[in-house]
Write a protein that binds this ligand. Structure first.
Ligand code: SF4
Length: 365
């Protein structure tokens, strides 16, 4: 057994964690502000995304949308453009909608009542606890991936961290440990500990401020925790995409506003069927999606990209428009654009991987 049981020494644990956090926390821009909107922006971005990535997006986003009113009044496409490359685009769409509701129903003020805040689109348990504790000092414990890993190790918990049914166990323990006199700082300290010391690989136990409370350290079982249920193999899909040119312009289509990559623009294409060549799939998909007949002119490149639950291998072709009038089936909008206009539209990362290879010569067809 560890020298001190964490749940029997809550105050000592809180003090050790708090002292360490005050001295060692990283200076991050969202920790330098008390603005509810700015902190909310950071927490939406930080969901599923590493700090170093968020740092590239945070200031430009605030420069484009300095307050909730600016965000609410802007067009969804401009929000998606500012979010381009950050992934999980439902976050941006929900945040934009939430800003509009805050302006319509809450006089442009971020609700300080957790129940009202949690009714906003995209505000789940994590965002609610993080924003409400940091901004409004509400005693709500965060149990994100970093916190669950720390708790699993401190308490040598058998509950798999990647199983939804485990969440309530982690949340209950996080709530028991929460320092209700400074819940925002406590939550940030737990997350910081997980991100910088109790890391997924090679935790830095020698420099851990709560080592004396840690059961897995005491029992020499650090490398066995947290427990995870084995993940299913990630499927890989073969995709064919066509860059269709006509009269010096390229065809792009917009995905429906909901679902994966909702609202983003892309070049038309889709899955290659069994026993089908990528070239034939490209021609077929363009016919099915936009009702155009095209012929393949050349092969551009192959792109590989991994999403959370699947991977794609994408063959990209340069196609020449032959005939037909665009009729949309699945996409919700389309444009014939010049190469100069590409940067006006938000595209998924996988498309960006080949966009740089679409040279001006393509546009002469
Ligand atoms: Fe994590 Fe090691 Fe600290 Fe335990 S002692 S909480 S395993 S860093």
């Amino acid at each position: 057994m560890p020298k001190k049981s964490i749940l029997k020494s809550v105050t000592q644990f809180q003090t050790a964690l708090s002292d360490w956090y005050r001295q060692h926390h990283r200076k991050l821009p969202w920790r330098e502000t008390a603005c509810p909107y700015q902190i909310w922006v950071s927490e939406v971005m930080l969901q599923q995304t590493q700090v170093k990535t968020v740092l590239r997006y945070y200031h430009p986003f605030l420069a484009a949308f300095p307050d909730v009113g600016h965000l609410a009044r802007t067009d969804t496409q401009a929000v998606l453009k500012a979010w381009e490359g950050l992934g999980y685009y439902a976050r941006a769409r929900n945040f934009h909608r939430a800003a509009q509701i805050v302006c319509d129903r809450h006089n442009g003020l971020v609700p300080s009542n957790p129940a009202d805040f949690q009714k906003l689109p995209g505000v789940g348990d994590y965002i609610a606890a993080a924003v409400q504790s940091i901004v409004f000092n509400r005693p709500l414990a965060v149990a994100d991936g970093n916190v669950k890993r720390v708790l699993a190790r401190l308490n040598q918990m058998p509950n798999p961290v990647n199983q939804a049914s485990s969440y309530r166990h982690f949340k209950a323990i996080a709530t028991q440990l929460l320092d209700t006199t400074q819940p925002g700082q406590f939550n940030q300290a737990m997350m910081e500990l997980g991100a910088t010391v109790c890391r997924p690989q090679k935790p830095d136990c020698d420099n851990c401020p709560v080592q004396s409370f840690c059961q897995v350290f005491e029992n020499n079982r650090v490398d066995k925790y947290p427990r995870r249920t084995p993940s299913k193999p990630i499927p890989e899909y073969h995709i064919a995409v066509g860059v269709v040119s006509h009269n010096g312009r390229l065809l792009i289509t917009r995905r429906a506003d909901h679902g994966l990559l909702g609202g983003l623009w892309e070049f038309p294409g889709g899955k290659v069927c069994k026993h089908e060549t990528a070239e034939n799939a490209c021609i077929r998909e363009i016919r099915e999606e936009v009702n155009l007949e095209v012929k393949i002119l050349s092969y551009i490149t192959q792109v590989k990209h991994a999403y959370t639950h699947f991977k794609i291998v994408m063959d990209v072709f340069h196609c020449l428009y032959l005939s037909g009038k665009v009729k949309l089936n699945s996409p919700v909008d389309y444009k014939w654009i010049t190469s100069d206009e590409i940067s006006n539209y938000p595209f998924p990362k996988a498309n960006h991987k080949f966009i740089r290879r679409i040279f001006i010569p393509l546009l002469t067809f």
